[in-house]
Design a protein around this ligand. Structure first.
Ligand SMILES: *Cc1c(COP(=O)(O)O)cnc(C)c1O
Length: 332
């Protein structure tokens, strides 16, 4: 391993600090997947985290590291997704002002959900870039602190706390499956687990269409990819051409990246519901999708991380309907 960017000590400190503010989510053995794979398969049920995704861990840890003066001025981000929700919620708990900037294209229900969490929501322009411009302006003109979604040491350390819990719950784990987009989640988890158990394999999972980290590793430097619609919408977006941490951490710590088709992701969402009785979003389904598709060779116990459950319920209903109608009818 090369220089440690975010260390086990950072992650342990984050764990102690965020504990009172986040849920300690359980790990559950999956009988159906264990049978399918021939090795014990466990699911880390982080989709049950408050705000319905793991991002609360990083956001809570990032806020803890702000100075009192920064806390007075507040924080800003341009996310309509799980990071924006988490930051809005974590900031409101601590009485810190949060401004979440979104474009006018964001559906009203998403805007309202984040507003309900106590954030000051600003609708700016017609694209995510316009919303980000407003965040940059708030930083320069009003002194707000931007809290980025993944490429930040406090965010990585916060997400890495999941790795500590995985090792506690499944001490003989050999392979860990982690959804991968900007890489804050997997970088933190890999830093924690490789420090404790260097032989554990850490595998990143992304969708086939628009996997920015995968394309960047291939190129040897951060590159832009065309963003495409996917069931795993939380895995969309780039890693930033000026990426300073997660690109190198993923390159140095992650053993393999596996890409999933949309059909495979849908099958994962369906399996989670029908067999595990869990509602998860597409981004969270990539680990079990890879297991079901036989895309990963396994020798021992595996943990797959369910990262979130912010799926549009109408979309969920359609996926269930399609898969149930394909199933062989059962005699009464
Ligand atoms: C953000 C997110 C991811 C990916 O995390 P990165 O740190 O960007 O790799 C995976 N699943 C869900 C549900 C997310 O919200």
């Amino acid at each position: 391993m090369q220089e440690a960017f975010v260390t086990l000590a950072d992650i342990k400190a984050a764990h102690a600090a965020i504990k009172p503010h986040v849920l300690r989510t359980p790990t559950m053995r999956s009988d159906s997947l264990s049978e399918h794979c021939g090795v014990p398969v466990h699911l880390k049920l982080e989709h049950r985290q408050t705000t319905r995704a793991f991002k609360l861990r990083g956001a809570t840890n990032a806020l803890r590291q702000l100075s009192e003066a920064d806390k007075q001025r507040g924080v800003a981000a341009a996310s309509t997704g799980n990071h924006g929700r988490a930051l809005a919620y974590a900031a409101s708990l601590q009485g810190i002002r949060a401004i979440i900037c979104m474009s006018s294209l964001v559906p009203a229900n998403k805007v309202n959900e984040i507003r309900k969490l106590g954030a000051d929501v600003r609708i700016i322009g017609n694209s995510q870039d316009d919303a980000q411009d407003e965040v940059n302006r708030l930083v320069v003109e009003n002194g707000l602190v931007m809290v980025p979604p993944f490429d930040h040491p406090a965010i990585i350390a916060g997400q890495g706390t999941i790795g500590l819990e995985i090792v506690d719950d499944v001490p003989d784990v050999e392979t860990v499956l982690v959804p991968l987009s900007g890489g804050g989640l997997i970088a933190g988890i890999a830093a924690a687990i490789k420090a404790l158990k260097p032989k554990v394999r850490i595998i990143g999972l992304s969708m086939e269409s628009g996997a920015a980290m995968h394309a960047s590793l291939r190129a040897g430097h951060p590159v832009n990819v065309e963003e495409q619609a996917s069931l795993a919408d939380s895995l969309g977006g780039g890693i930033g051409l000026n990426n300073s941490l997660t690109f190198r951490m993923v390159r140095d710590l992650v053993d393999e990246i596996v890409l999933l088709t949309e059909d495979e992701i849908a099958a994962g969402i369906f399996h989670a519901y029908a067999k595990e009785r869990e509602i998860i979003e597409g981004a969270a389904a990539v680990g079990i999708a890879a297991l079901l598709a036989g895309k990963i060779t396994l020798n021992g116990p595996v943990v797959a991380l369910f990262s979130g459950r912010n799926i549009d319920m109408e979309q969920h209903r359609r996926i269930m309907a399609a898969h149930y109608s394909e199933a062989v009818p059962c005699p009464a």
